[in-house]
Design a binder for this molecule. Structure first.
Ligand code: NZQ
Ligand code: ZN
Length: 386
């Protein structure tokens, strides 16, 4: 195993009723002004907004609302939030929503503390922010695992880049599976597939050796697959929603990545597809993964064979390593179909005239991928996704 440093500072409050029980006490540790940040309004229809506002009022907090954070949050929205936070001397940002709200708030928290443009600071000067407004997260849809790390994915519309920025890591995160009961099923599945993708992108990273991280990872992947299937026939099943909620955090809280250099090539491709089309993140990944893996398979047949056997339960008897590896990738493709996710860009609703060459050419090539892809090969992969 590679050398590693591991720390995760986010305190997790997991389970039903956690916000009601603990948020009030937690607020005592922060100043008077709380920024309540949320998305397009789902929290106003399912009672979560009223519950949180009631707790903030009871704690005597001044509330500064930051609504309208869109899916695939933009850098312009980050700047709006940072200005609001600065002008109101916000003491705590409470991000209530999914990955989009959480990511936007992580960067708002950092940008509010520096005058310099954060995109330039991080991408040109390669400097990470060190000062933040404290952040807390209340997750209402699972999948990204954003609640337990300090990475954010932000779309810079003028630059046509959907890329990573480093921001605050939440002091605390509430993970209440019952908050997800109002999420449209399509989004629940898309989020869960995102979790599976994070696990796979870590599993196929380097080094390719037997280690504890990969053993845990296989259990996470099997759990996600099993619990997505449970929800397809029993959509309100609390146990399955709980398992998916914790798997979401587990796949992105660093534990599976211990001692590994992660792959994340599929994410890099999907992010640029998102920059050009604003497509749904999990759904974009679902289309790209099998096509990408058919290209990567020859470079790491043994690992794909292990994936087939240990994750998809495919019997190796009578199969060559290559056949077993291929069966694993085809099991993934069949699963994507089974759970009703798109299998082509046409099904995903990507306009036929999307400039896939530009998407390919602007995709970051990752060091952890088992094959060093070229932008031309990524273009071929994108064309095969059509
Ligand atoms: O905006 P509202 O009205 O709240 O509706 C949202 C949104 O339309 C809805 N929703 C959320 N909670 C709900 C609900 N609807 C009903 N009831 C509820 N309880 O769900 C929709 C999707 O929300 P969004 O936050 O956009 O989804 P997700 O959590 O999948 O986040 C996607 C973003 O996270 C980034 C993605 O690229 C994308 O921008 N990612 C962040 C990562 C990270 N920071 O670690 C890693 C990921 O790989 C990913 O890239
Ligand atoms: Zn993702």
């Amino acid at each position: 195993m590679n050398n590693f440093l591991f720390e995760n500072k986010t305190k997790v409050y997991f389970g039903k009723g956690g916000v009601k029980e603990y948020l009030g006490c937690l607020l005592e540790h922060y100043g008077d002004t709380v920024m309540l940040a949320y998305g397009g309004g789902s929290i106003k229809h399912n009672g979560i907004y009223d519950e949180i506002v009631g707790i903030l009022n009871a704690a005597g907090k001044r509330i500064v609302e930051f609504p309208g954070i869109m899916s695939n949050p933009t850098y312009a929205k980050v700047q709006e939030g940072a200005k609001l936070a600065r002008e109101n001397h916000v003491d705590l940002i409470l991000a209530v929503g999914g990955g989009s709200v959480s990511d936007c708030c992580k960067v708002v928290s950092a940008q509010a503390k520096v005058d310099e443009d954060l995109w330039e600071l991080e991408n040109t000067k390669h400097t990470r922010p060190t000062e933040f407004i404290p952040l807390g997260t209340i997750v209402t849809v699972f999948g990204t695992g954003s609640e337990m790390n300090n990475g954010a994915v932000i779309t810079h519309e003028e630059k046509k880049i959907k890329g990573a920025l480093w921001g605050a890591q939440a002091d605390f995160a509430f993970l209440d599976p019952t908050y997800t009961l109002s999420v449209p099923m399509k989004q629940v599945i898309s989020g869960a597939f995102d979790t599976l993708s994070h696990a796979m992108e870590t599993y196929f990273g380097k080094p390719d050796e037997n280690n504890l991280s990969d053993d845990i990872n296989e259990a996470v992947m099997r759990s996600v697959i099993r619990n997505i299937r449970v929800l397809l026939t029993d959509k309100d099943n609390y146990e399955a929603r709980s398992e998916l909620a914790w798997a979401s955090a587990m796949a992105e809280n660093g534990i599976l990545k211990i001692g590994k250099v992660t792959d994340f090539q599929c994410h890099m491709i999907e992010h640029q597809l998102g920059a050009y089309t604003n497509c749904n993140h999990g759904a974009g990944l679902a289309v790209i993964h099998p096509v990408l893996y058919r290209h990567l398979l020859p470079a790491n047949t043994a690992r794909f064979a292990r994936f087939a056997q240990n994750v998809w339960g495919i019997d190796p008897a009578g199969k060559s390593e290559l056949k077993l590896a291929q069966a694993g990738v085809e099991a993934l493709a069949a699963f994507i179909k089974e759970i009703g996710m798109p299998t082509t860009f046409a099904e995903l609703g990507i306009p036929a005239d999307t400039d896939l060459k530009a998407v390919a050419d602007s995709t970051v090539l990752t060091g952890g991928c088992c094959k060093k892809l070229s932008h031309d090969e990524i273009y071929e992969i994108l064309k095969e996704c059509k």
